[in-house]
Design a protein around this ligand. Structure first.
Ligand code: HEM
Length: 184
């Protein structure tokens, strides 16, 4: 494992300004989160399905899309519950989600707009249900935390794999990269 997910979680939480007030507000709306999660999933996979490349990844015909709908609903609900109050279990789970996407070969160019779609749809659902601006802000912050995990995985995992395979030190690896990019 390239980073320690719980330490990363603490850093990102501070950076984004995700507070105890955000957590309490999200917890108090967890039932609502679960109720709207299927509608969010429909919107999310309709969006991904409109892209030729993503549609090909989603519809491989082994029940993947049904599995994904279920994991998305779980994921969305966890944004409100924080699993273990956004502790170790939450951080490990978020790191694993990054790992899964990296392994499948889904690139940041797909993930970033996909998360924007979630944030956008959340905003519409909150307004339609008369929910507060504060809840929108809390949800947006937690979505950015999850996005940071997935993005960081794209950086850390290949570095960790190269270092493991070559036996290089991290300092050597970083020097080679720094030299290479200077010449680009
Ligand atoms: C906001 C961004 C995204 C979120 C929150 C998300 C959420 C998830 C979750 C929770 C899982 C289950 C991980 C596990 O098995 O432990 C998963 C798997 C997966 N996701 Fe995403 N995802 C996102 C973006 C995307 C995009 C852009 C694609 C592109 C097609 C995608 C395709 C997949 C696939 C193919 C799997 C593996 C499904 C399987 O065969 O089990 N995801 N995703």
């Amino acid at each position: 494992m390239a980073i320690e997910p719980h330490a990363f979680m603490s850093t990102v939480e501070k950076r984004i300004g995700f507070t105890d007030e955000d957590k309490a507000l999200l917890n108090s709306e967890a039932d609502w989160g679960l109720k709207v999660a299927p509608e969010m999933a429909d919107h999310f996979y309709a969006y991904l399905g409109r892209d030729v490349e993503m549609n090909a990844i989603l519809n491989v015909g082994d029940g993947r899309i049904d599995r994904l709908r279920e994991t998305f609903i779980e994921w969305f609900h966890e944004m409100f519950t924080g699993m273990d109050n956004w502790g170790k279990a939450y951080a490990d789970r978020r790191w694993k989600i990054g790992l899964v996407h990296f392994r499948i070969g889904i690139e940041p160019q797909h993930v970033v707009p996909a998360m924007a779609t979630v944030v956008n749809k959340v905003d519409k659902s909150l307004k339609a249900n008369g929910k507060s601006e504060a809840l929108k802000d809390s949800l947006s912050r937690v979505c950015m935390i999850d996005l940071a995990f997935i993005e960081q995985a794209y950086l850390e995992l290949p570095i960790a794999a190269i270092i493991k395979e070559t036996g290089w030190s991290e300092a050597l690896f970083r020097r080679i990269v720094a030299t290479g990019v200077r010449e680009m």
